[in-house]
Design a binder for this molecule. Structure first.
Ligand SMILES: C[S@@+](CC[C@H](N)C(=O)[O-])C[C@H]1O[C@@H](n2cnc3c(N)ncnc32)[C@H](O)[C@@H]1O
Length: 252
């Protein structure tokens, strides 16, 4: 039997790597790294830094799994994602079969927490369901960007008598129209908050949370919305990529 672990390593601050994650890192024979091209090589670099800093031996290897190219710009977004996803399942299965021996421990490092907008778990479950590669699976939680955002702005995500929803930029407008008034938004490439009707809504925005490039802006959309858009565009141009997360909170 092979053993696989998905280890959450936090959303950017080296201090977000938990004691449990460190213990698990030290048990790994092979780290699998999904190569998504150069744009976010800072994130790959952070992962190897985490290993270098916390693993107390040299008996581990790193194996890259190149990501299949994806074109999600067409009208059939759902179908394109499904087809791309299936290609990944096949590649992961082939690489893990070739590179991990029975009895060995393999691991994927998940940015933030593996349970939030991370497809590693789903892909590994699908590989296992195909029945060609047997392994057991363990998940190690991490500090997500959502928790980092709340901590850095010193806000509670939950308010008495209200719910909070975590969603993507793509779903925001629909979600908001449905009457959800406390929404955490991730994966938003288009500052979708500017599409909301009510600009008296508060926004707590954070980019590169927990890192030395962190940017925090808070206020109403009317006061700070355009400033956030400019800061985001500028940061993206400078670094080549941007990770940002925000909480929207309607006036009570
Ligand atoms: C693929 S998801 C991964 C989320 C991750 N599993 C987590 O728990 O935070 C990537 C999105 O997470 C958010 N994100 C991750 N790290 C971030 C950070 N350091 N600062 C701000 N947002 C971040 C951004 O919305 C980004 O588009």
């Amino acid at each position: 039997m092979r053993h696989l672990k998905i280890i959450g390593i936090g959303a950017g601050d080296p201090g977000y790597v938990t004691l449990q994650a460190i213990e698990q890192l030290n048990s790994v024979d092979v780290f699998f790294v999904v190569d998504k091209g150069e744009a976010k090589s800072d994130l790959l670099h952070f992962r190897s830094e985490v290993c270098g800093r916390h693993i107390e031996h040299d008996n581990y290897r790193t194996v890259e799994i190149p990501d299949p190219p994806r074109d999600l710009s067409g009208p059939e977004y759902g179908e394109a994602v499904r087809s791309w996803h299936q290609q990944r399942v096949g590649r992961w299965e082939a690489v893990m079969t070739a590179e991990l021996k029975p009895g060995q421990v393999g691991a994927f490092l998940a940015w933030g927490d593996p349970a939030l907008y991370d497809s590693t778990l789903q892909i590994l479950q699908e590989v296992r369901a195909r029945g060609r590669l047997e392994f057991d699976l363990e998940l190690i939680p991490g500090i997500s960007a959502v928790q980092a955002l709340a901590a850095r702005h010193q806000i509670s995500l939950t308010q008495v008598g209200r719910s909070v929803v975590v969603t993507s930029g793509r779903q925001l407008v629909e979600q908001w129209r449905g009457g959800t008034n406390d929404v955490v938004v991730m994966l938003d490439a288009h500052c979708s908050f500017l599409q909301l009707d009510d600009w008296s809504t508060s926004i707590y925005w954070g980019a590169y949370l927990g890192t030395e490039d962190e940017i925090l802006i808070a206020g109403t959309i009317a006061e700070r919305g355009e400033e956030i858009r400019r800061a985001r565009d500028q940061a993206r141009t400078q670094k080549g990529w941007v990770f940002d997360t925000y909480l929207l909170r309607a006036q009570p």
